[in-house]
Design a protein around this ligand. Structure first.
Ligand code: AMP
Ligand code: FES
Ligand code: ZN
Ligand code: ZN
Length: 311
């Protein structure tokens, strides 16, 4: 195999693009895909500070690396979920990455905001772990962006993540989730930061290759509360499809974004207001995060402990 760019010996084959690249030209290809995502969806400009949500994994650290290399104004945000050694090791990776590159890393402890670390939240609320976790992450990312003055929050969601989420929504025809599936969600309220996913054009394999070639030290382990079996099954299904039909994942996601997403946009606007407890944006009186925190407080407080934490 030969590099599409220089004709030298190729290090990677990208069947989806019917191309192969040597290491330096793969890195160049990767950066171009990120640049195209940023420009096409007007994610942010070089003058706007961007908060990169980093988990310590390959995707988000690869994203931060590209943005720093491209001269964007960035800072990282690590949310410490309090998930045993996994959270400590992830945090250490993010701190080492930030200090090696002279970048600012904000760290927020979920336990401080919600009242208990994620494993405890799961026990007292009996919600699926990832649902309370995802809700807390989204809330804290937005709050941190507002507090510290960042125009946008960037996450490391890649093509595989986005295609699997889309498949999950389509299988259940969750029509209210479909318009929200986008590489860039504009701010629709003064208290909502823009949310962007500059890696949506790149597969998990490609971000892993980039992280490897750039010698990024990331945490390989998955969260011990591994994602619901269904989301893994969706990824697996798409990978099998990709095997027999290279580009299937890409066509599924991009076809949706280009041709179908608009059809699911809601006609009437949802009324956004400020949560009467915390002031962040919600559609009800009290936001879902405050409800969760309240539930955790009531069930982990001294009186509930004495009562054996019964329902
Ligand atoms: P996940 O939902 O775990 O697949 O993560 C998707 C994206 O959310 C990652 O690429 C990160 O940008 C962000 N993220 C996940 N976990 C954290 C965390 N603990 N702190 C900050 N950002 C996170
Ligand atoms: Fe949230 Fe695993 S990362 S439950
Ligand atoms: Zn080359
Ligand atoms: Zn609230």
């Amino acid at each position: 195999m030969k590099c599409r760019k220089c004709g030298g010996s190729a290090a990677l084959e990208l069947r989806r693009h019917n191309a192969a690249f040597c290491s330096p030209h793969f890195v160049e290809f990767f950066k171009k895909q990120v640049a195209e995502a940023i420009h096409k969806h007007r994610m942010f400009t070089r003058d706007e500070p961007v908060l990169v949500a980093v988990s310590g994994g390959k995707d988000s650290l690869a994203l931060w690396d590209v943005l720093i290399e491209d001269g964007y104004r960035t800072a990282g945000l690590y949310l410490d979920l309090g998930i045993f050694d996994y959270s400590q090791e992830s945090r250490a990776r993010c701190e080492a990455f930030a200090s090696a590159r002279g970048q600012k890393l904000h760290v927020e402890r979920v336990a401080e905001a919600v009242g208990a670390p994620i494993p405890e939240v799961q026990k007292v609320t009996r919600r699926p772990t990832c649902s309370a976790c995802g809700l807390s992450k989204r809330y804290l990312m937005n709050r941190a962006a507002l507090e510290h003055g960042y125009a946008a929050v960037a996450t490391g969601h890649n093509l595989d993540d986005e295609a699997a989420t889309l498949l999950g929504s389509v299988l259940h025809w969750q029509t209210e989730a479909l318009p929200r599936q986008s590489p860039a969600l504009a701010s629709t309220h003064a208290k909502l930061a823009r949310r962007v996913k500059p890696l949506y054009r790149l597969s998990e394999f490609e971000t892993a290759a980039y992280a490897f070639l750039r010698r990024i030290d990331y945490i390989v382990d998955e969260c011990p509360f591994a994602k619901g079996a269904t989301s893994l099954a969706h990824k697996d299904l798409l990978n099998r499809l990709e095997e027999v039909s290279p580009g299937a994942k890409h066509n599924f996601l991009f076809g949706f974004l280009d041709k179908a997403r608009a059809a699911f946009e809601r006609l009437e606007d949802v009324q956004l207001r400020e949560c009467s407890a915390c002031g962040q944006v919600t559609t009800g009186e009290i936001c879902a995060f405050c409800k969760l925190a309240d539930q955790v407080k009531r069930r982990t407080g001294p009186s509930s402990a004495a009562a054996g934490m019964v329902e």
